[in-house]
Design a protein around this ligand. Structure first.
Ligand code: ATP
Ligand code: MG
Length: 284
């Protein structure tokens, strides 16, 4: 098992914590979060995650023992070459898929203890998602899309839309509220997705390549928003990226290679010097 290690984080003490916050209440009934901006304790704890897709000769071991912790307010980037397991890790941490072995705890709730309905409720109530291709519903307006986590949790439509308007305002979309996704730009769509991810004040935001489909300017704007909202609300953010700007903005970086944290790849013939693997015995 490999444990994520901080690289240049501002406060190493935040990485490790003794206590896991107890559940905030029955999952699925918490339509109105408690409102505490910076929740104490761990928001995400992933331990020894393995994920095997398929079986037999075609089996793929996408994750081979990855552990990770996020405290409230942390902003952590997962990086590594295509196919190294970034999305798989995010899917497991976000309760979108279950590990082959290992455990995930989100906001004090062990995901293994939840049935599929409980997992759906936890995703809806405590996690916000941002995807590379926005994933807004085409038949809803931007306001309705942003309000969706609230409406699904049973918040009255008027209240939900009012909070969506406030969220849209915060991400600079007040003038696009009644537009449908097909009528707005990619940058605007992703800012709407960021507002949707935050509207229900989740404990954790999971973002898979949130700037991957945007030009530099729009990507920078989405990055700034995510970072600002993370600092304002104390929401923990876990994102996968190939974008050096996002990596540079993170409190910590988890580098994966072939399903393990990069330092876990022990090739006896190579030594790691800085960012480079070099042969231990140089040819003569
Ligand atoms: N549903 C699946 N079934 C079978 N194999 C899968 C599945 N999802 C992912 N994989 C495999 O698992 C490995 C990790 O994939 P993953 O999508 O997590 O990588 P990634 O780091 O997110 O890559 P990228 O940077 O291209 O998004 C890859 O070898 C991939 O082909
Ligand atoms: Mg991916």
């Amino acid at each position: 098992m490999v444990t994520s290690r901080a690289r240049g984080g501002p406060d190493p003490g935040r990485r490790r914590h003794e206590a896991v916050r107890p559940p905030a209440g029955p999952v699925g009934r918490r339509a109105e979060p408690s409102g505490d901006a910076r929740r104490p304790g761990g928001v995400l704890e992933a331990r020894g995650l393995h994920k095997r897709y398929g079986d037999g000769e075609s089996a793929v071991d996408a994750l081979r023992g990855v552990s990770l912790e996020l405290a409230a307010g942390e902003f952590v980037a997962v990086v590594g070459p295509s196919g190294c397991g970034k999305s798989t890790l995010l899917h497991l941490c976000g309760g979108m898929d279950r590990p082959s072995s290992g455990t995930v705890t989100v906001d004090g709730v062990g995901l293994a203890e939840l049935d599929d309905e409980g997992l759906t409720a936890l995703r809806r109530d405590r996690i916000g998602f941002v995807f590379q291709f926005f994933n807004l519903l085409p038949t809803l307006t931007l306001a309705e899309n942003i309000a969706l986590p609230l409406l699904l949790a049973g918040v009255p439509r008027g209240d939900g839309l009012a909070r969506a308007r406030a969220g849209a305002n915060r991400v600079g979309l007040a003038h696009r509220l009644e537009h449908h996704p097909a009528r707005v730009s990619g940058g605007e769509l992703q800012r709407a997705a960021v507002a949707r991810a935050l509207v229900h004040r989740p404990a954790l935001v999971i973002a898979d390549e949130p700037t991957g489909n945007l030009d530099t300017d729009n990507g920078g704007r989405v990055l700034s928003l995510l970072r600002e909202l993370n600092r304002e609300t104390g929401v923990a953010v876990l994102l996968a990226t190939h974008d050096p700007a996002l990596t540079a903005a993170a409190d910590r970086v988890l580098r994966l290679r072939d399903g393990v944290e990069e330092e876990g790849v022990a090739d006896p013939h190579l030594a790691r010097i800085g960012e480079v693997d070099v042969p231990r015995v140089l040819p003569v």
